[in-house]
Write a protein that binds this ligand. Sequence first.
Ligand code: ATP
Ligand code: MG
Length: 429
Amino acid sequence: MANTIQAIRGMNDILPGVTPRWQFIEGVFRQLMQAYGYNEIRLPIVEKTELFKRSIGEVTDIVEKEMYTFDDRNGDSLTLRPEGTAGCVRACIENGMLHNQTQRLWYVGPMFRHERPQKGRYRQFHQLGVEVFGFEGPDIDAELIMLSARLLKELGLSELVRLEINSLGIAEERQAHRQQLVAYLEQHIEQLDEDSRRRLQSNPLRILDTKNPAMQTLVEQAPRLFDFLGEESRAHFQGVCDYLDSVGIAYQVNHRLVRGLDYYSKTVFEWVTEHLGAQGTVCAGGRFDALIEHLGSKPAPAAGFAVGIERIVALLEERTDIPDVLPHAYLLVAGDSAQRQGLALAEGLRQRIPGLRLQVNCGGGSFKSQMKRADKSGARLALILGEEEVQQQTIGIKDLRTDQPQQAVPQQGIDSILRALIAEAEPAV
Ligand code: ATP
Ligand code: MG
């Protein structure tokens, strides 16, 4: 084993044992996106480094120490995307999707951050992302939150999560707050860790997002940004709260909630859980009205959120009722002529019976070992094609999940048996 090559630390294989859970999550998400009228966008995984520096902000954890940045063969500095918003905005600007129109978009895919790997924190992780452009009012903020609430509900996780919301106001309001925040932090400089001292002048708001337990009291007693918000920002925030009340979504206003990226303004929200230890945020988002102009385009309001799929998968471990997608039937082929006919017989069945999941025994083997494989496949029925069945144009059927004896049926009769089995397994709603 000494010479085998291993995966990169923090970049995980997602093995067949857990992919059903991933498919379940992505399937629910895709359906919801259709239900709310959102369109998929597929984006490159690599972008120019400059894009992330300019959008996420130079003085953030991500840009300062988490990006996978490299020079390509032309000497251009490129970065594996640490999040999806920057690329999405870049694509919308570049393709003229923001001028005099609105967009409701979603994507799914891997993100890359060079963090210290631990439970719920990986170097390649995956997000479901949603972004909307061109909507100014609090209604769309509320729609995004409702959407995320419904997603968590349909995943069966409502009981495990809670919603926190806050407003970060607009740039001028943050500026006024900043002066007092810096003065306060300077008074307590001895309690600041090294990162925070460095950020004191460059990006003090980020200090409030620290994960350092030793700094939590300090942060809790800091001047609140919310107290600096003007009428318009407050009205917007109240609007979001009113909409949430009107649909019965429970939330906690948390005026300490700031987000780790520079581009947020006004509404921010997080879905958090107590069930995953320190990595408790499963979904995070908010409004970022200034980003589009900041990236050089005509200004347009924007908002969005991202869900960390690994953390949802971990929460779903508490649920055992997610069905595996197992074959309906496994076809055993014993003997030369059966082997020759088996694949063709299976193709015919798949052609005629939509939705049929049929696995064929490949690679030969004794009847006994094929039967073992049939059982292990998880299939409900074993279909048996031996020399005798070939001659008599029948097929043997054995229910692998009951004690009923094997039966021989004419080959024409097999379609209706399989159709009935599928209908029984997946009743039409
Ligand atoms: P955290 O506070 O956990 O570091 P963040 O503020 O850096 O999160 P965002 O950039 O807002 O996270 O990403 C949105 C979501 O993506 C997070 O809430 C989390 O569920 C997930 N996420 C972020 N970083 C990682 C990671 N390294 N590994 C797994 N999931 C992650
Ligand atoms: Mg982070």
